[in-house]
Design a protein around this ligand. Structure first.
Ligand SMILES: [Zn+2]
Length: 139
């Protein structure tokens, strides 16, 4: 295990729990997207290959790129959350650097903004406050 020096907010058990929740949600989304036929990737694969590939990280990341709309956005948010888990920055608001409340993370495990910053952005047409670099995908 390497450490980048960041204090991890989550202990190992909690982290595993969050990761499971994110992966479960991602699997559901991936299935929905496939059912909706929103990705052309599927049609290039045989049925057997599809089954084997669904759930692999590469396939889902490819899918994320090819999918527009809410599902694709949520998929990207989930992938970002998984990355931040790995980086040890999960659960920290990207606007104010404060911890996102457990209740909010339970409802939206891929949330990147605390509830305060989320409502600030909502009142600001979805844009971040001044001085904060703009990230396209937030929840
Ligand atoms: Zn915040």
């Amino acid at each position: 295990m390497s450490s980048n020096g960041n204090a991890k907010r989550l202990d190992a058990a909690k982290e595993a729990e969050v990761r499971d929740a994110l992966l479960a949600e991602r699997a559901v989304l991936a299935k929905q997207i496939r059912v909706l036929g929103k990705t052309s990737l599927v049609s290039t694969r045989s049925a057997g290959e599809e089954l084997a590939d669904v759930g692999t990280d590469d396939f889902i990341r490819e899918m994320e790129l090819s999918v527009m709309g809410e599902e694709g956005k949520r998929l990207a948010l989930i992938n970002t959350a998984l990355d931040s888990l790995d980086a040890g920055s999960y659960g920290v608001c990207i606007d104010c650097d404060k911890e996102i409340s457990d209740g909010r993370l339970r409802a939206k495990p891929y949330a990147r903004l605390c509830i305060d910053c989320k409502s600030v952005r909502e009142q600001n047409n979805g844009l971040p406050p001044e001085g904060v670099s703009e990230e396209e995908l937030v929840e």
